[in-house]
Design a protein. Structure first.
Length: 392
């Protein structure tokens, strides 16, 4: 049956709760849950990370703690009070409850055990071991299950774009972020690009880094800009994997990336024909290396790079340039979301200085149109973002 306004309200609340786990749950998905009875929130929770309670169980335990009952802790059966408390209650959860044993027992078992009457699900989990089985188990147990559609279902899917693309496409979810001047340039004719964006925008980018599994730049950017790619000025449980794609010459012993290997891992992805001696030298600095084959034009295949990174646990990938690397990834269809900080500066110049360099379309009617466009003011800048395709 279609969700009503009350259902939408509580499911939105669960979606907001799920965001509290952003940057902490990978490779697990973000999930939030709210359990409600007679217009009263009994408990709420979210998944805080691998090995921790799933959102549904966290919400059930929160409800029991609020009433002073035992919370059914690890190794304990759910207390008798649970069935009285949850009789007739509705669980709102952003992702289909799991039905398999992993680090924790199936959430479907918990919902059945405590006597939940109805479950409202934001999106089905596309993982092969779930993918509708959780919904079926609940329905077979006599629990009413309703699935969100429209705006709420889309929001639930987008919230876990990294996991969903990894499962359905075998690739990480890629956001390409860049800052450009009002005249559309990401650098001056001399190559200078610090700083186009405001301090407020840069702080937001640090938060994105903290939320990502990996941050990627090309060897040219690594050499010219000498970035550290560290998530600073924000709370960060762990630094993202910092990745340089291209030739070994993008790094030296004195590079910021090399000097900060003690703060987080650095990976160089280079061509398979890179001299073994050069790779060994880079590795002696504490940098990991990996190789992929070259394409006919000499560049590294973006799909091969992304598939390798997924094999290393990267589901959420923040691509920070440069323009030639990003242009290659764009042409290969690897970019899922664009995020452009448009800044109130004008530099002019003779070079193109565009954020994407590569093969483009010849007619404006062929230009890609972003979906679910969002325009937000960030300090003096304007952040324009959108998706390049449908939700996975």
């Amino acid at each position: 049956m279609p969700l009503d306004e009350r259902d939408a309200h509580y499911l939105e609340q669960a979606l907001e709760l799920a965001e509290q786990g952003r940057g902490c749950t990978s490779p697990n998905p973000l999930v939030g849950a709210v359990v409600v009875s007679e217009e009263r929130v009994l408990g709420q929770g979210y998944h805080a990370g691998p090995g921790r309670d799933h959102a549904e169980v966290a919400a059930l335990r929160d409800a029991l703690r609020r009433t002073g009952s035992s919370d059914g802790g690890e190794g304990e059966a759910w207390p008798a009070a649970a069935k009285d408390l949850f009789r007739g209650a509705t669980m709102y959860v952003t992702l289909e409850p799991c039905c398999t044993y992993g680090r924790t027992p199936p959430c479907t078992d918990a919902l059945i055990a405590v006597g939940i009457r109805r479950v409202v699900v934001g999106a089905v989990d596309p993982s092969p071991q779930v993918n509708g089985r959780g919904v079926k188990l609940l329905r077979d147990a006599g629990i009413e299950v309703d699935l969100a559609d429209g705006r709420l279902a889309l929001r639930a899917k987008r919230q876990n774009g990294g996991m969903r693309k990894a499962v359905t496409r075998g690739l990480p979810f890629v956001t390409y972020k860049y800052a450009m001047t009002l005249d559309g340039r990401v650098r001056t004719d001399s190559g200078d690009s610090r700083w186009i964006s405001s301090a407020e925008s840069r702080t937001l980018v640090h938060r994105w880094r903290a939320w990502s599994d990996a941050v990627v730049v090309g060897a040219g950017t690594a050499s010219v800009d000498d970035p550290g790619l560290i998530a600073r000025e924000v709370e960060c449980d762990k630094q993202p994997l910092r990745v340089v794609v291209g030739g070994c010459l993008g790094l030296s012993r004195t590079s910021n990336l090399v000097r900060t290997v003690d703060r987080g891992p650095v990976l160089l992805i280079c061509a398979a024909d890179t001299p073994v001696e050069r790779r060994a030298e880079v590795e002696s600095w504490g940098v990991e290396t990996a190789t992929v084959a070259r394409r006919a034009d000499g560049s590294l295949d973006p799909g091969d790079v992304c598939r390798y990174l997924l094999s290393q646990g990267v589901q959420w990938l923040l691509l920070e340039g440069g323009p030639r690397l990003a242009g290659g990834w764009w042409s290969a269809g690897m970019i899922d979301r664009l995020a452009a900080f448009v800044c109130p500066r004008v530099v002019s110049g003779l070079d193109n200085g565009a954020p994407l360099v590569g093969r483009g379309v010849l007619r404006m009617e062929e230009a890609a149109a972003l979906q679910e466009l969002e325009v937000v003011r960030i300090g003096p800048d304007v952040l324009v973002s959108g998706y390049t395709g449908e939700a996975f």
